[in-house]
Write a protein of this length. Structure first.
Length: 153
């Protein structure tokens, strides 16, 4: 798999991020009857923008990751991969990167997924389990993974 690169998002990335959100989320938002007009999409892109990282591969922007460390957990606020790059293991690789960091910090990782979003299968395969539900949002948590290289005693 080609190496993924991450960089901080800037205002110049807004057209890409809006198009990415429309391409990846409109179907899921429509299914749960959530707002998906331009203003709602822009608000979601701008939410937690300080944590927005553009994901690129071979110099091409392919996605978005918003993840950050809180006092008691890591939180994945958004992950989106452009449709033409989906089903290649890229989302899994990005999430595993966050899970590995959280495990080094000995913290669980949380995220929310919309009802009916097929990404839930990936999250479950990675060890996330639903812990609560609020409307159409399902909060899922993955415990820290055991250290694959524990210090010898």
């Amino acid at each position: 798999m080609p190496a993924l690169e991450f960089r901080n998002a800037t205002e110049a990335d807004m057209p890409f991020l809006i198009a990415l959100r429309n391409a990846t989320m409109s179907e899921h938002l429509a299914r749960v009857n959530a707002a998906r007009d331009d203003a709602a999409q822009l608000a979601r892109v701008q939410a937690l923008f300080e944590h927005a990282r553009i994901v690129s591969m071979n110099g091409q922007d392919i996605g978005l990751l918003k993840a950050y460390k809180e006092a008691t957990r890591w939180y994945i606020a958004q992950i989106q991969i452009a449709p033409e790059f989906q089903r290649r293991g890229l989302g899994r690789a990005i999430i595993e990167n966050v899970l590995n960091q959280a495990s080094r910090d000995q913290l669980p990782t949380a995220l929310k997924v919309l009802t009916g979003n097929p990404a839930r299968r990936l999250y479950e395969a990675l060890g996330f389990r639903e812990v609560s539900r609020e409307g159409v949002d399902h909060l899922m948590v993955c415990p820290p993974r055991p250290d694959p290289f524990p210090a010898s005693a």
